[in-house]
Design a protein around this ligand. Structure first.
Ligand code: GLC
Length: 556
């Protein structure tokens, strides 16, 4: 490792403000709610908070449709609340990372409102307009939320591009005025003292020169990691990120390792690190999200291997299982009933012992589960309700009950249910009616119980956050998959000039025996999820119980 930036040994906690904590009875979370939980986050030990968007927004996509980048959505509070949050967080040595959504704006943004229906508007060229082709949309590209990616402006008879909802119009980054606006927006928040930025779908900003039909896909191959994506990021980075020393994490949709090496190259000219999602497609049948399938364990390991070895020394990755777009990992890859706590801890260890910067999504630290909804009426996310409508009602490709099974596995609402703070009404999240139903298990699975139980998932996370700060090989060591073909164990080694770290994880409920090479000067357990292990001496032959994990540090 050549760099010593703070974020290389840090752990970042993601807050989805709408579902975190309501300071009153609105049924939706707010900034004062976040402030009231800072001591809890301090106890957990995280270094920074990433807040998903809290700007003025009609909330069609829960804030990823921004109508004004310079003001706070009153549902969340005021700018004064935000300033208070910054100050309160700083006083606890917790940094704040804001979400920047500049691939698109809300169609309620004043730029778009002026551009719509008016070819002469000074903001018309802020967006991407095309004439119809044969009386239809300019290309067959699909929106990520279902349906064609173009919407017609009837007044001017031109289409605008929206890779997401039709209320999220893609910005035209070719226009230097757009890039100037983006720099101004980011500078405004950097000036306020924000420590960093998470850049939403940032590898989609550069669209191709020509817009043509995609005969073999949904269009993404034309605009993902587009021709000027690196150039644009370098421009923004030089003007803002480097100037303010901001940490930056880019959300990279369907990207490649090559591109991510460049986005996060150690010369610091683009971004600090990247999120990629390939490991979270291990349960997509034939690469399709809207299917129900068991996860492919061997492919999961090989994807991690590809990225861990590929970024080492070249770039930097974010380590994560969960976020506001992904189902809860304990329901997805673990066992959210009998082995909930053991599998939650094992899954935590499996990514936190890798190289990169770990992200914990609210509730993950207490092993929150999917809510297992049984009716479409319980879902709020537009992606889920759109896909239900398309697949069940329009295409009739699946039955309603099959779709409910798919949503139970894949819906984004699985992670958006309100944070479970305690066993009181509405899990202590609100005094009103929560905007999205809370999982039934909140009397058992909640933060208060977790904090009161020394063996809880919470303290396991507290420990791994600390280990990353103390044990250098976790940050710097080379990665080597020791058992790529094993059907149940995920066992990898991290190695530096002085140490080896072996992390072994049983991803299933059967016992597995294993023999490890533990030769070295000093050999000890530093982490285990079964209480009887940690203070014993590691032996080369061992039996891994259901969902067991053990991490061994060897001084060479
Ligand atoms: C990102 C966000 C997601 C949002 C989409 C469009 O993937 O994480 O929640 O819907 O971008 O902005």
């Amino acid at each position: 490792m050549t760099n010593s930036e703070w974020w290389r040994t840090a752990t970042i906690y993601q807050i989805y403000p709408k579902s975190f904590c309501d300071s009153g009875n609105k049924g939706t979370g707010d900034i004062q709610g976040i402030i009231s939980k800072l001591d809890y986050l301090k106890k957990l030990g995280v270094d920074a908070l990433w807040l998903t968007p809290i700007y003025q927004s009609p909330m069609i996509d829960n804030g990823y449709d921004i109508a004004d980048y310079y003001s706070i959505n009153p549902d969340f509070g005021t700018m004064a609340d935000f300033d208070e949050l910054l100050e309160e967080a700083k006083s606890r040595n917790i940094r704040i990372i804001m979400d920047i959504v500049v691939n698109h704006t809300s169609t309620e943004h004043h730029w778009f409102k002026s551009a719509l229906g008016n070819k002469g508007s000074e903001y018309r060229d802020y967006y991407i307009w095309k004439d119809p082709v044969d009386g239809k949309a300019p290309t067959n590209w699909q929106s990520k939320f279902g349906g064609n990616a173009w919407a017609l402006d009837e007044v001017t008879n031109q289409y605008y591009l929206h890779l997401f909802a039709k209320e999220q119009a893609d910005l035209n980054w070719e226009n230097s005025k757009v890039r100037k606006e983006v720099k101004d927006i980011i500078s405004f928040w950097a000036e306020k003292g924000i420590d960093g930025f998470r850049l939403d779908v940032i590898n989609l900003i550069s669209k191709p020169n020509e817009f043509i039909n995609d005969e073999s896909g949904d269009g993404r191959r034309f605009y993902t990691d587009g021709p000027k994506a690196h150039q644009y990021l370098q421009e923004i980075s030089e003007a803002v990120f480097q100037k303010y020393g901001s940490v930056t994490v880019g959300e990279m949709s369907s990207t490649t390792l090559d591109h991510c090496q460049k986005y996060s190259a150690q010369d610091g000219k683009e971004l600090s690190m990247v999120f990629n999602f390939h490991h979270l497609k291990a349960d997509y049948k034939n690469g399709e999200k809207w299917t129900k399938a068991p996860f492919d364990f061997l492919s999961l390991k090989s994807i991690f291997n590809h990225w861990q070895t590929g970024l080492n020394g070249k770039g930097w990755g974010a380590l994560f299982w969960c976020n506001h777009d992904q189902p809860r990992v304990v329901s997805r890859l673990g066992n959210d009933e009998e082995y909930r706590e053991l599998s939650a801890k094992m899954l935590a260890s499996s990514v936190h012992m890798m190289q990169g910067t770990p992200y914990i999504y609210q509730g993950e630290e207490i092993g929150m589960t999917n809510p297992h909804y049984t009716s479409i009426d319980q879902y709020r996310d537009l992606e889920s309700t759109n896909m239900f409508d398309i697949m069940v009602n329009q295409e009739k490709s699946v039955s309603e009950s099959e779709m409910l099974d798919i949503l139970d596995q894949k819906s984004r609402d699985n992670s958006r249910t309100p944070m479970q703070w305690n066993g009181n009404d509405n899990a202590g999240f609100t005094l009103g009616t929560p905007w999205l139903s809370i999982a039934n298990n909140y009397q058992d699975v909640n933060a208060e119980n977790a904090v009161n139980d020394k063996n809880s998932v919470f303290y396991f996370y507290q420990k791994i956050i600390q280990l990353r700060k103390e044990i250098e090989v976790i940050t710097s060591g080379d990665y080597y998959d020791l058992m790529p073909e094993h059907k149940a164990l995920f066992c990898y080694q991290r190695e530096s000039s002085t140490h080896r770290l072996i992390a072994v994880h049983n991803f299933y409920a059967n016992e597995e025996s294993v023999s490890l090479d533990l030769k070295g000067e000093d050999v000890r357990y530093i982490l285990a999820n079964y209480g009887d292990v940690e203070f014993t001496q590691p032996q080369e032959g061992m039996i891994l119980r259901p969902y067991e994990c053990r991490v061994i540090l060897i001084q060479k």
